[in-house]
Design a protein around this ligand. Structure first.
Ligand code: SF4
Length: 473
């Protein structure tokens, strides 16, 4: 991507060194596992599916099956249609899923397979071969060379709404049985957050008397309790029934200040086709961004912010004051997915830390403006903002910027170790710690968690560096 050097032949070459983004269909597979009983199916080679499984398992520490059309050299020449159809029949036979989510890979995008057409052909022929020919199949186009895992993730949200919620399948008229009396249905599309974040968001919405359909919700499927019996597709996830009711919600809330780079979003689609009002906002990290979320819930529910959340907000402010002496003037490098970087930068700016570099492998073109919006009035000096970078770029910049700590996923570990500075692990992937999938980032409670992690990392570094050590600091 960025590193141009001369080969012995004299020709320049460009390389990416340790990318700060992941493969587009990988994001799609995670999102598909947030839909109840859905089998992720990669139209491509087995190698792609194996890489994605390995990556997802190392963070979530849960098994995840990803089916594949298992293409070989022959299919790269003649097209992968026959394997796609056979693979769908086999997956439906072996796993008995409620739905299948088909994502393309670099290979199938390059050979130009028309997956929508292939699926239409498969439907026509399915009766003879397929055990469940009526099964919903959502398909997304996810060429990895044209985007990041986040774009794959958001594509699944949008296409699930387009292909399930907004199709002609009738919404059950008496279908409010799963909405509790006195509650209002709300659509919540939080983007790629942790399983703990998903659970917390549900609790917060319910505390306002709102009944959220969270799309996707992998809080159970990718963070499951121990099972007495093996389940081929772990239970949990957003049900197809609640997805079909999304056009009837009182509103949609969507997190992501750079989301519009992914084209039309699920929330925009619901607004356009079903008149569901959309509230778009950044990830609620830090007081200011969380206030926006809580105030929106209060307006939608017509209820004041519940006492326990007011108390959490108050405790967070109290912690900000208590910990200020440790953090004031500290310099941080923030990296990862663009929307997470924006949320973390908002939070760091509030707590007296100067973000000196905000970096992402994404390339929406919106990162700089989003950072400016969330730091408005909080920083004396605007941070450097770099998108479309890899870890080589980040480390090169970091050498001269001399940060006090890094905040981002596990992939910053080598640089943090080399420089002897703390790495505060957040986001995805976290391969080298337990519980990465359960880190709470969102709302007042998530901000409190991040605040404690940050202050304690600074204190631990001070203790480590001190020749005498401090027991009381
Ligand atoms: S070939 Fe493309 S789709 Fe497959 S793992 Fe690599 S980046 Fe992802």
């Amino acid at each position: 991507m960025k590193h141009t050097a001369k080969l012995k032949t004299g020709h320049p070459y460009i390389s990416t060194t340790n990318a700060c983004k992941l493969c587009k269909p990988l994001g799609a597979c995670i999102a598909f596992r947030g839909i109840e009983g859905t089998m992720p199916f990669l139209h491509g080679s087995q190698g792609c599916a194996t890489y994605m499984r390995r990556y997802i398992i190392s963070h979530f520490r849960e098994p995840i099956d990803i089916a594949s059309s298992s293409l070989s050299e022959k299919h790269a020449v003649y097209g992968g249609g026959s394997n796609l159809k056979l693979g769908l029949n086999n997956s439906i036979d072996k796993y008995a899923p409620n739905a299948v989510g088909v994502a393309t890979t670099c290979l199938t995008e390059t050979i130009g397979d028309d997956v929508s057409m292939l699926l239409r052909e498969w439907r026509v022929d399915a009766d003879a071969e397929c055990p469940n020919p009526e099964i919903p199949v959502v398909n997304v186009s996810t060429a990895s060379y044209s985007g990041t895992h986040m774009e794959g993730f958001h594509a699944v949200v949008r296409e699930t709404i387009a292909q399930i919620a907004l199709t002609d399948v009738p919404i059950p008229e008496s279908g409010n049985e799963d909405i509790k009396i006195g509650t209002k249905p709300l659509n919540l599309m939080p983007g790629f957050v942790s399983t703990a974040d998903l659970r917390h968001l549900r609790d917060v919405c319910e505390d306002f008397g709102l009944e959220p359909t969270i799309l996707p919700d992998y809080s159970d499927t990718l963070d499951a309790p121990v099972m007495a019996e093996y389940e081929k597709l772990t239970s949990g996830g957003t049900s197809l029934q609640s997805i079909r009711k999304m056009p009837r919600a009182i509103a949609s809330i969507e997190f992501g200040r750079v989301l519009s780079a992914c084209g039309q979003t699920g929330g925009e689609l619901l607004q356009e086709k079903a008149d569901v009002p959309l509230y778009a906002m950044g990830m609620p990290i830090g007081v200011r961004e969380s206030d926006r979320f809580f105030n929106t819930l209060s307006r939608l529910s017509d209820r004041p912010i519940p006492r326990r959340h007011e108390l959490e907000r108050g405790r967070l402010l109290d912690a900000y004051a208590d910990g200020h002496k440790y953090l004031f003037g500290k310099r941080a490098i923030v990296y990862g997915e663009e929307d997470l970087v924006v949320g973390l930068t908002a939070f760091l700016s509030e707590i007296g830390v100067q973000p000196i570099l905000c970096a992402s492998g994404g390339s929406s073109g919106y990162l700089k403006d989003a950072i400016a919006a969330v730091t408005d009035g909080l920083l004396r000096e605007a941070p450097q903002v770099r998108d479309d970078v890899d870890f080589f770029d980040i480390a090169q910049d970091a050498l001269s910027l001399k940060p006090d700590f890094l905040i981002g996923n596990s992939k910053g570990y080598s640089f943090a170790r080399e420089q002897g500075i703390p790495l505060i692990r957040v986001g995805f992937p976290i391969h080298d710690r337990m519980g990465g999938q359960r880190i709470l980032h969102l709302g007042y409670r998530g901000s409190q968690n991040l605040f404690d992690l940050t202050v304690n990392a600074i204190i631990a570094k001070k203790q480590r560096d001190s020749p005498v050590g401090y027991g009381y600091i």
